[in-house]
Design a protein around this ligand. Structure first.
Ligand code: ADP
Ligand code: MG
Length: 736
C-alpha cells in the first residue's frame, strides 16, 4: 500500500489526539487510508436555500441561511433543551438542541451568518429544526480572507455560477468556496462523536483534509491493472475517490460508485475463488470408489419410496466428487421437505461402505436429536452404529462414545458443535455432513478437517435456500447441488392471512379439519428477550384452544420444558392422541406428522419470511390439502404486509429467500459475516449490486483460471492487493 495512506489520522488537519482516539474507538479508523475508505452513506442536494417564509409542513430536510437572534432554554434537568431564534429576514424559526447543549452554546454565535440544514417540523405556530447542521459562514469568510481565498473542500471546483445544480436567485453563497453548493456528503457518526462535535459535517472536513494530503502527492496509486480498467470502462481510483467524497454534481456519482463497488466485489470474488482454487489444487481427498454393499442393501430393503429425480442426480454428483480423489466441498440446497436428510444418510452409507466413519453436525440440540431418531428409524436393522454426542451427554456415557469413536467403531456420530471439540477424535473420518450450514462459519468447517491428517469430504445442507447471487459469495468456495423437486403427491400448502379479530372464522376452518380427523399446529413466537411475555401468550393461547375445542385434546410444548416431558408431548401428538399442538418454534425443526394439515402461526409479524416458510414446511407432508394460517394484528407495518402477501402468493423457497433478502438486507442473514466473506464490504451491497458482482466474478474467474499459481507478472498488483485486504481481516487469513 502507498506509504501515505498508512499515516496516522492524528496528523490530518483538524484531528489531533482526542479526535484520533474517537475515530479509532467509534469507527475503527486509524489511518489516512481508513478515512478515505470511509464512504458517505448519502448526499444532500445543497444547491437550494429555502426562504423561511416558504417552509411548509412535511418538507424533507431543507437549507436556510440567516442569523441567530437569541438563545434561551426550556425545561429542566434531563428534559432541558437549548433553543435559538433564527431569522433570514423573511420569517423566524427555531433551532433546537436536546443533547450537546454546552457545545452548541459555546460554538454558535449570535450575529454570525449561518447556513442551517435540517428537517423543519411545525410546532406551536413556528417551524423548528432539531439538531441542525450548522455552517458558520461569517467565520468561513474571515478565514478565507486570511488564507487568501484558499479552498479546502473542492479544490478543483468550477466557479459557482456554472455549477449545474445551483439554484437561481437566493442560492448564491457569500464566500464562493463551494461548500453548501452541489451535493453534500453525509457520513455515519456515533452519538459519542456527535457529542464531541464530531458530526457528519466535521468528519467531511477531516476527510477533505485527508484527501488534500493525498491529492497534493499526486493522488492514489491505482489498485486495478490498467487493462482491466479500460476493459470494464472504469474510472481511475483517484478520480473516483475525489468524486465519492466531493461530488460536484449528481451526474458524476454513478461512475465513481461503479468503480469503487466493482473493485470491492472483484477482490471479494478473487479472494473466494483463489481460496477455492487452492483447495482444489492442494487438498487431496480420500478416494471412495465403491458404492458398496451397505448402500445397495439400504436402497433395496429400507427405502419405502422411490427417490426423486433430483435426489438421484444429487447423489450421483456426490458420488462422483467423493470418488475423484479431491476433497469434496459441496453445498446441498433444497426446500423444506425436499428430502435432504435421505440424501445425507445415503452419502454417509457410501462413505461407510468404503471403510470410513462419518459425522452429522446440526446447529441445535433438538435438530440433532431429530436426526438421530430419523437415522435410526430409517436404518432399521442394518449393521450401522449411530451414536449421539452433544453438550448434554456427560460422564461415563460421553467417555464411552468418545472411546468408541476413536477406535473407529462408531459409523455415524450425530451431534452439535460439540463434535468440533478437540476431545472428539475419529480413527478415520471420511465425511462430515453439516446441516443448516449458514450457522457455521468457514472457520468451523475448517476445524472439522483437523480431525484427520487428510480432510474429510464435506457436505453442507441448508433448508434456507439462498439466492444464487448470494450463495456464490457466502459459500463461494463450495460447489452447489440443488434438490429442486419435491417428493411426488405433495399438494402445495394453501396459505391465508387472518387478522386476530377474525377468530370465529379461523376456528370454523380448524373445526372442519379436526372433524375430518386431521391435526393442527398452533405456533407462537418465543424470543429470548421477551420470553416471559411470550410464554404467557402461549399459555393463554393454549387455554383458548382448550375452551374453543372441548371435544378435542390439546397439547402444549415449549423450549423451557424438560426435554423428557417435551418429547412425550410431541410423541402424543405424533401418535394422534392429541389433535391440537400449541407450541413455540421448537417444532420448526422437530416432528414429522403427515396427518397434521393445519399450521396456525400467531403473531406472524414477528417471524422472518424464511422462518415462516420453514414452519409452513411442517404441514403438507401427506397427500391431502394442507393449510397455513398467518395471524397478525390489523395494524401492520408495510414490510409486514409485504411479507404476508409473499407468503400467501408463493410456496417457492428460493423466491421467498430472495424476497427475504430484499426486505431485510444481507446484513441480517444469519452468520453472513463469518461465513465466507474475506473482508467486510464498505460500499457495495451483495443484494443490490448482484449484477455487478456477477460481472466481477466472471473477471476474477478468468484471472484465477489463467494464473492459478499466482505467478504471472501482469497480475502482481492483484495478488499483492488481495494479501493486503486479507491482512485487514485476520480471521480469514488464519485459515486461508
Ligand atoms: P428435508 O430435510 O429436505 O426438509 P426430509 O429429508 O426431512 O426433508 O424429508 C421430508 C419427508 O419426506 C420425510 O418424511 C422423508 O422420509 C420423505 N421423503 C424423502 N424423500 C422422499 C421421496 N423420494 N419420496 C417420498 N417421500 C420422501
Ligand atoms: Mg431436514
Amino acid at each position: 500500500m502507498q506509504q501515505i495512506l498508512r499515516q496516522d489520522v492524528k496528523y490530518v488537519k483538524g484531528v489531533g489526539p482526542v479526535r484520533a482516539d474517537l475515530l479509532r474507538k467509534e469507527l475503527g479508523l486509524t489511518t489516512l487510508g481508513d478515512l478515505l475508505y470511509y464512504f458517505p452513506y448519502r448526499y444532500d442536494d445543497r444547491s437550494e436555500v429555502q426562504r423561511i417564509c416558504d417552509l411548509m409542513e412535511g418538507m424533507p430536510a431543507v437549507q436556510v441561511k440567516g442569523r441567530i437572534l437569541e438563545f434561551f432554554k426550556e425545561g429542566a434537568g434531563h428534559k432541558q433543551r437549548l433553543i435559538a431564534t433564527f431569522t433570514d429576514g423573511t420569517g423566524y424559526c427555531e433551532l433546537v438542541w436536546f443533547r450537546g447543549i454546552k457545545f452548541a452554546e459555546k460554538t454558535y454565535k449570535i450575529g454570525h451568518e449561518y447556513l442551517v440544514f435540517g428537517k423543519p417540523t411545525f410546532f406551536k405556530n413556528r417551524f423548528n429544526i432539531g439538531h441542525p447542521e450548522m455552517e458558520d459562514l461569517t467565520a468561513a469568510k474571515e478565514k478565507a480572507q486570511q488564507a487568501g481565498g484558499q479552498q479546502w473542500l473542492q479544490p478543483q471546483a468550477p466557479p459557482l455560477a456554472s455549477a449545474p445544480l445551483l439554484a437561481e436567485g437566493n442560492g448564491t453563497l457569500p464566500d464562493g468556496r463551494g461548500t453548501g453548493a452541489g451535493l453534500l456528503p453525509h457520513y455515519h457518526t456515533t452519538d459519542r462523536m456527535k457529542n464531541a462535535g464530531l458530526n457528519s459535517r466535521a468528519l467531511a472536513k477531516i476527510i477533505g483534509a485527508a484527501w488534500d494530503i493525498v491529492a497534493s502527492k499526486g493522488g492514489m496509486d491505482e489498485t486495478l491493472p490498467a487493462e482491466l480498467i479500460a476493459q470494464r470502462h472504469l474510472i481511475a481510483l483517484t478520480e473516483a475517490m475525489r468524486i465519492i467524497h466531493q461530488p460536484r454534481s449528481a451526474e458524476e456519482l454513478p461512475a465513481a460508485q461503479r468503480r469503487l463497488k466493482f473493485e470491492e466485489l472483484f477482490y471479494l470474488q478473487l479472494g473466494i475463488l483463489c481460496y477455492a482454487k487452492r483447495q482444489q489444487l492442494q487438498i487431496a481427498g480420500y478416494r471412495l470408489p465403491q458404492v458398496g454393499e451397505l448402500f445397495h442393501r439400504f436402497y433395496k430393503e429400507r427405502i419405502p419410496f422411490e427417490l426423486t429425480g433430483a435426489q438421484k442426480r444429487v447423489l450421483r454428483e456426490i458420488q462422483a466428487d467423493m470418488a475423484s480423489g479431491r476433497q469434496m466441498n459441496r453445498l446441498l440446497q433444497g426446500d423444506v421437505g425436499s428430502g435432504k436428510t435421505m440424501v445425507a444418510l445415503m452419502t454417509c452409507l457410501l462413505a461407510i461402505g468404503n471403510g470410513f466413519q462419518t459425522c452429522l453436525m446440526a446447529p441445535t440440540e433438538i435438530l440433532a436429536e431429530q436426526h438421530l431418531a430419523t437415522l435410526r428409524e430409517q436404518l432399521g436393522d442394518l449393521p450401522v452404529r449411530v451414536e449421539f454426542l452433544t453438550g448434554i451427554v456427560k460422564g461415563a456415557r460421553r467417555r464411552e462414545i468418545l472411546e468408541a469413536t476413536a477406535r473407529g467403531e462408531v459409523d455415524i456420530l450425530v451431534g452439535t458443535h460439540a463434535l468440533i471439540e478437540p476431545s472428539v477424535q475419529f480413527l478415520n473420518l471420511g465425511l462430515a455432513v453439516v446441516d443448516e450450514q449458514h450457522r457455521f462459519g468457514v472457520k468451523q468447517r475448517a476445524s472439522l478437517w483437523e480431525k484427520n491428517a487428510q480432510p474429510p469430504h464435506i457436505l453442507v445442507m441448508t433448508a434456507t435456500p439462498i439466492p444464487r447471487t448470494l450463495a456464490m459469495t457466502v459459500y463461494g468456495d463450495l460447489d452447489v447441488s440443488v434438490i429442486d423437486e419435491l417428493p411426488p403427491g405433495r399438494k402445495p400448502v394453501s396459505t391465508r392471512h387472518y387478522y386476530e379479530d377474525e377468530q370465529a372464522q379461523l376456528h370454523q376452518g380448524l373445526l372442519h379439519e379436526l372433524a375430518a380427523g386431521r391435526q393442527v399446529y398452533v405456533v407462537y413466537p418465543l424470543i429470548e428477550e421477551t420470553a416471559k411475555m411470550d410464554l404467557q401468550s402461549l399459555q393463554m393461547g393454549y387455554a383458548k384452544m382448550v375452551e374453543a375445542f372441548p371435544q378435542y385434546k390439546v397439547g402444549c410444548v415449549h423450549g423451557k420444558m424438560k426435554s423428557a416431558i417435551k418429547d412425550e408431548e410431541m410423541l402424543r401428538f405424533k401418535r394422534g392422541e392429541t389433535q391440537i399442538l400449541v407450541s413455540t418454534t421448537v417444532i420448526e425443526v422437530g416432528v414429522n406428522v403427515p396427518n397434521a394439515s393445519v399450521m396456525v402461526i400467531e403473531d406472524a409479524q414477528r417471524f422472518g419470511l424464511s422462518q415462516l416458510h420453514q414452519l409452513r414446511g411442517r404441514v403438507g407432508r401427506g397427500a391431502d390439502q394442507s393449510y397455513c394460517l398467518l395471524i397478525t394484528k390489523r395494524d401492520m407495518q408495510d414490510t409486514t404486509r409485504r411479507r404476508m402477501r409473499i407468503m400467501v402468493s408463493s410456496t417457492d423457497g428460493f423466491e421467498i429467500a430472495e424476497e427475504d433478502l430484499k426486505l431485510r438486507g444481507p446484513g441480517d442473514l444469519e452468520g453472513t459475516q463469518q461465513s465466507g466473506m474475506p473482508f467486510d464490504l464498505k460500499i457495495a451491497n451483495v443484494v443490490k449490486d448482484s449484477r455487478l458482482m456477477q460481472e466481477a466474478r466472471l473477471v476474477a474467474q478468468e484471472i484465477v483460471e489463467a494464473d492459478p499459481q499466482q505467478q504471472l507478472p501482469q497480475n502482481t498488483l492483484l495478488w499483492q492487493r488481495l494479501r493486503e485486504l486479507r491482512r485487514e481481516r485476520t480471521d480469514f487469513s488464519e485459515i486461508s
